[in-house]
Design a protein around this ligand. Structure first.
Ligand SMILES: C[S@@+](CC[C@H](N)C(=O)[O-])C[C@H]1O[C@@H](n2cnc3c(N)ncnc32)[C@H](O)[C@@H]1O
Length: 238
């Protein structure tokens, strides 16, 4: 894979917000990609995710809080860098969230958006990832948790182009895998789908949804599953 994050390697990121940090996977990218940073703050609305991320990052310069992105408890311009990765399709109030992210980003500060997309030329194993993701979204929606299907590439671009950013750049990337059915790769994915099947036992459409889940497991075993293509978008606040 071309290292798309290499272009961040000359940047002093200062105070960084990782919005919708989840388990903090993108915090690892922040730690590895920037030349330096003074502090990383990850926020997420899920108690479980926050507890997990707090355990993963015990460092003094990394803090994780439970917080709604619609109402961030930081002063205007507090952050030098704001990131949001693979979370746009989870947001119920995108406009409100972007307004908050831009409020806490200082003028001239760096905004980073990473998001997977569902269209374009993606191989069969990537298609499995997209199908699996849409299946997760259906279960979350039936369980009354907001989770949109993944976006089309152009929808993501349109969304970000509407923001008050300058020097914007866009790059597509994916993480190629030699053998997408390799056991060490697919076993955790199959376990994850099985856990999600358990989550849908109480919903009315359980039988149909569980059956779809089994089909996804079969597809993971035969075709494999690797990350869908993503867009990395960077821009500075006007
Ligand atoms: C796919 S996960 C995070 C992925 C992570 N950023 C990464 O790159 O691996 C999406 C996260 O968005 C969080 N989320 C959704 N809506 C939110 C909101 N309004 N405020 C804060 N977090 C939110 C969810 O709790 C979930 O942990």
């Amino acid at each position: 894979m071309k290292d798309v994050f290499k272009k961040l390697s000359h940047i002093d990121a200062g105070k960084v917000l990782d919005a919708a940090t989840g388990r903090g996977d993108f915090i690892n990218v922040i730690k590895q990609s920037f030349k330096s940073y003074s502090q990383i703050i990850g926020v997420d609305s899920s108690d479980t995710a926050v507890r997990q991320a707090q355990k993963t990052f015990p460092e003094n310069d990394i803090e994780i809080y439970r917080m709604e992105l619609e109402n961030l408890s930081y002063a205007d311009g507090y952050f030098d860098t704001v990131c949001i990765s693979n979370s746009l399709h989870h947001l119920e109030n995108k406009d409100q969230v972007f307004a908050e992210l831009l409020r806490v980003l200082k003028k001239g500060g760096l905004m980073i958006v990473v998001e997977m997309y569902r269209d374009g030329k993606q191989n069969q194993a990537q298609q499995t990832h997209i199908m699996m993701h849409h299946w997760f979204a259906r279960i979350d929606t039936l369980n009354k948790t907001y989770h949109w299907e993944t976006f089309k590439r152009d929808d993501i671009l349109e969304l970000v182009k509407a923001l008050p950013l300058k020097e914007t750049s866009f790059e597509d990337y994916y993480i190629p895998v030699d053998n997408p059915t390799e056991p060490k790769l697919i076993e955790p994915l199959i376990k994850n789908v099985q856990d999600w099947i358990k989550k849908c036992e109480s919903i009315p459409e359980a039988e149909f949804i569980c059956c779809e889940g089994q089909k996804i497991i079969e597809r993971i075993k035969t075709i494999g599953c690797v990350s869908a293509s993503r867009l990395l978008i960077t821009g500075t606040k006007k």
